[in-house]
Design a protein around this ligand. Sequence first.
Ligand code: SAH
Length: 482
Amino acid sequence: MTVYLVGAGPGDPGLLTVRGAEVLARADVVVYDRLSVASLLDLAPPTAERVSVGKSPGHKSMEQDEINALLLERGREGRTVVRLKGGDPFVFARGGEEARALADAGVPFEVVPGVTSAVAVPAYAGVPLTYRGLSTSFTVVTGHEDPWAATETDWEAVARVGGTVVILMGVATRGAIAERLMAGGLAPGTPVAAVTWGTRPDQTSVRTTLAELGRTEVEAPATIVVGEVAGLDIRWFESRPLLGRRVVVTRARAQASELAARLHELGADTIEVPVIEVRPAGDGGAALRAAAARAGEYDWVVFTSANAVERFVPLLRDARDLGAARVAAIGPGTAEALRRLALVADLVPEEFVAEALVEAFPPGPGRVLLPRAAAARGVLPEGLRAKGWEVDVVEAYRTEPVPQSEERLVAARRADAITFTSSSTVTNFLAAAGRDAVPPIVACIGPVTAETARSCGLAVDVVAGVHTIDGLVDAVVVALRT
Ligand code: SAH
């Protein structure tokens, strides 16, 4: 029953603090602004009440008094309230007023500081705020007030301090601010960096000088850095190969995050469209349990997905239940899932498709257990039978389509590329979203998935050379770079 004033950071969800994530995870109510990062709201329990108090098209923002009243009311109800604020809650954010109101009313509260845009945004643009020999201080100023009015900010004095000047909310007033700083003694040639939507996939920055700032196009919201350090350009974030590119990730819900995380690290804005959900087998797993109990009677157990591994192996009492059976994995992802459960794959083909596994398999006779998805292709069991093996196929799990929200489909249509990691992601995406929702570039993990996409009328632009998540990521980079 506490109200937490939490700094959300400037945009990159990774810049939320550990404490911020902790309190969000047990929030009953989240009160957030328009600039808040949507994915942070997902950290709150699905049942939490979410209240937007920011301006949105067609809606007026809530007055500060109303926000204070809302926090007091929810806090008094004894609920865990998270007031999520961009950057740091006490830097140009009226968090101080909210804390004051809570303190006066005797409602328990805690301040969870955040990474302020004043510091993080320049960092993501490769501008260090202090630098030996260039700057020994930084001043953070709001540009919100009219620079010509008799206001609290003495710009000439700010200019005389000499170090780096960081201006928030200064896009509209940038020309006047520049003149006042020059009147205070800063040289017209003083370097300036203006960074819009910093730390986000759509970050852009411009470099200019104080004299030119008023004539330089800058979009809000921006953080403007004035000083010699703005002449440094130690780029890292803006040189990421996928920065600003939007990529749709289609996967079973539980697995989307790995691919999305890899693309995100390369700068992409990922739109996760989970099209299939992994469900227990139709018989509730009875056949799989029976097969696990007899695992030692087989010569081989063959896995074609991490899902099958994760469903089958825990049904063994321990690895001894496998007896002398050897284990095959279709590719490195599946082998890795085995390794996590302390099993080493005896066979992984060089190309990660069913045909290659059949080819790499020794000749029979003997018995093979194949736990896998319902509705998988017949290539593997048929191929193994042709090599003299007796094959028992057992349903380990099913995949089912996931209903799509309109909002997600709109985002998908605006993307630059889409990734498909299996035939079922292709067919389920098309069934849920239609061909219109497919972005210009289509990337597939391997030839089978690509064939399915083509047979559904899609033009496939790239197929991963190595049929793994890493291979797919490399292929997306190549496709989007050209
Ligand atoms: N409490 C916030 C600041 C709120 S004032 C903090 O500590 O960061 C809002 C101003 O912050 C914007 O007008 C802009 O100048 C700056 N800002 C916030 N997010 C930003 C971002 N992602 N990129 C650039 N500037 C940002």
